[in-house]
Design a protein around this ligand. Structure first.
Ligand code: PMP
Length: 455
């Protein structure tokens, strides 16, 4: 080895210094805070359920990356698939040409989705998947002679990525307020379904609150159904701290959409590919949307990929125009990238062969029990869980609401946990390959850290 690789390149590189000077502007990050302690924020390798810092310290990956690495890091079969594909077909022009690896992945993904969702359009991220789905909804209605349906209905506290479409239907105030002048036209929001008075410390779906779906009738009354194209919701709101749909809520949204000719989009960027203990949350909750957006776990986070699974009714509608014309003037240079597709196959193979989705289902019970055992801690306001996800709301500091998370996160780094803390909430989505012991240890460490930050 002549050392011509990355190791050589980084040999004399002072990562801390460059982080300090801000050349690298970090996404969704308090950059100035990083500059104060850059050394603690550098990860140099990862294997299985752990990251390793520059000092070789392991950090348990409590959120599977950003909900995207359920099989853990550095899986040799995935590495091999990536390498082989790079040697065979590293890129294929995405427009007018296809490659068998990607075509077959579309077939496999459609095969995992609820019946009737039979067509897959690829993008490269969750944000792109969402914007693609919104554009499909607009095109669908226009092709059916209902071009007046232009409104999109999102939901308070929803997260649908950061494109202009996803930001507009999203309902997280800090993500919106700086860009208020750039919002998409005609978007409205359902109220969110969280009510701590009725739901605090519930396990799985809250029994109360299904009637929140009637809020859609209110918006239809306000705007008229003839102006509404689609409703988009995450079946479980992930980014705002695992807000679980009350029993009956999603079913009722489905009924109302069907009654009024409105498309229902489930954003399954987090919940797709096993996180809910089923292929998709649509199956867990037994509600069939018209479109499902996916990303993240489909490639185990190793290379970017996203996409939309579309009903036959929608697809067929697009296929009715002039035969030689492009039916949908949309797509990305890297739509259906062969490297991502090859990784997707490896991921699905491993999930199938190692029954990792049923493993996620059995780990759900372990995580539920462990995390709810924290309920008696004084510093905790709520604990929720479903699938292999959970969240804890800390009692906010009286003088600084939303400020509990960052110290908890930083303490986690010192105690072997990479935590996902936002505001006063800490969310969990551990890898499907986690052991019972790892999950129990994670929760016991969290217990200690919470006591220490809330005292
Ligand atoms: N939709 C949902 C439900 C998500 O959770 C996310 C990412 N957390 C996105 C969209 C955006 O995905 P990306 O960051 O890949 O653009």
């Amino acid at each position: 080895d002549k050392g011509c690789g990355m190791a050589q390149l980084l040999n004399e590189f002072d990562c801390e210094r460059t982080l300090k000077n801000g050349t690298y502007w970090m996404p969704f990050t308090a950059n100035r805070r990083v500059k104060e302690h850059p050394a603690s924020r550098i990860i140099t390798s990862a294997k299985g359920a752990y990251y390793y810092t520059a000092e070789g310290k392991p950090l348990f990956d409590t959120l599977s990356g950003l909900w995207c690495t359920p099989l853990g890091h550095g899986h040799p079969r995935i590495v091999e698939a990536l390498k082989t594909q790079a040697e065979t077909l590293d890129y294929c022009t995405a427009f007018q040409m296809a490659n068998p690896v990607t075509v077959r992945l579309a077939e496999r993904i459609a095969g995992m989705a609820p019946n009737g969702l039979d067509h897959v359009f690829f993008a490269n991220s969750g944000s792109e998947a969402v914007d693609t789905a919104l554009k499909i909804a607009l095109g669908y209605h226009r092709l059916r002679g209902e071009g007046g349906r232009f409104r999109m209905i999102g939901r308070e506290r929803g997260y649908h990525g950061v494109g202009f479409g996803g930001m507009s239907v999203g309902g997280i105030v800090p993500n919106r307020k700086m860009f208020a002048n750039g919002m998409m036209n005609g978007v409205d929001h359902l109220r969110h379904t969280y009510d701590s008075a009725h739901m605090a410390f519930s396990k799985g779906q809250p029994a109360w609150g299904g009637e929140y779906a009637e809020d859609l009738e209110r918006l239809i009354g306000l705007h008229d159904a003839s102006t509404i194209a689609a409703v988009i919701v995450e079946p479980v709101q992930g980014s705002t701290g695992v807000l679980v749909p009350p029993v009956g809520y999603l079913q009722r949204l489905r009924e109302i959409c069907t009654k009024h000719g409105i498309l229902l989009i489930f954003d399954e960027v987090i919940t797709g590919f096993g996180r809910m203990g089923d292929n998709f949350a649509s199956q867990r909750f037994n509600v069939k949307p018209d479109m499902i957006t996916f990303a993240k776990a489909v490639t185990n986070g190793i290379v970017p990929m996203g996409g939309v699974i579309v009903s036959s009714d929608i697809y067929d509608t697009f296929m009715t125009g002039p035969k030689n014309a492009v039916e949908f003037a949309h797509g990305y240079t890297y739509s259906g990238h062969p490297l991502a597709a090859a990784v997707g196959h490896a991921v699905l193979d491993i999930m199938e062969e190692e029954s990792l989705i049923s493993r996620a289902r059995s780990l759900e019970i372990i995580l539920e029990e462990a995390i709810h055992s924290l309920a008696d801690l004084e510093g905790i306001k709520d604990i929720r869980n479903i699938g292999l996800t959970a969240a804890i709301d800390l009692v906010p500091a009286s003088d600084a609401p939303g400020a509990r998370g960052l110290p908890l996160f930083e303490l986690g780094l010192k105690n072997g946990l990479l935590l996902r803390c936002t505001g006063d909430t800490v969310s969990f989505g551990p890898p499907f390959i986690s052991t019972t012991e790892q999950l129990q240890d994670m929760v016991e460490t969290v217990r200690r850290l919470i006591v220490s930050v809330t005292q």
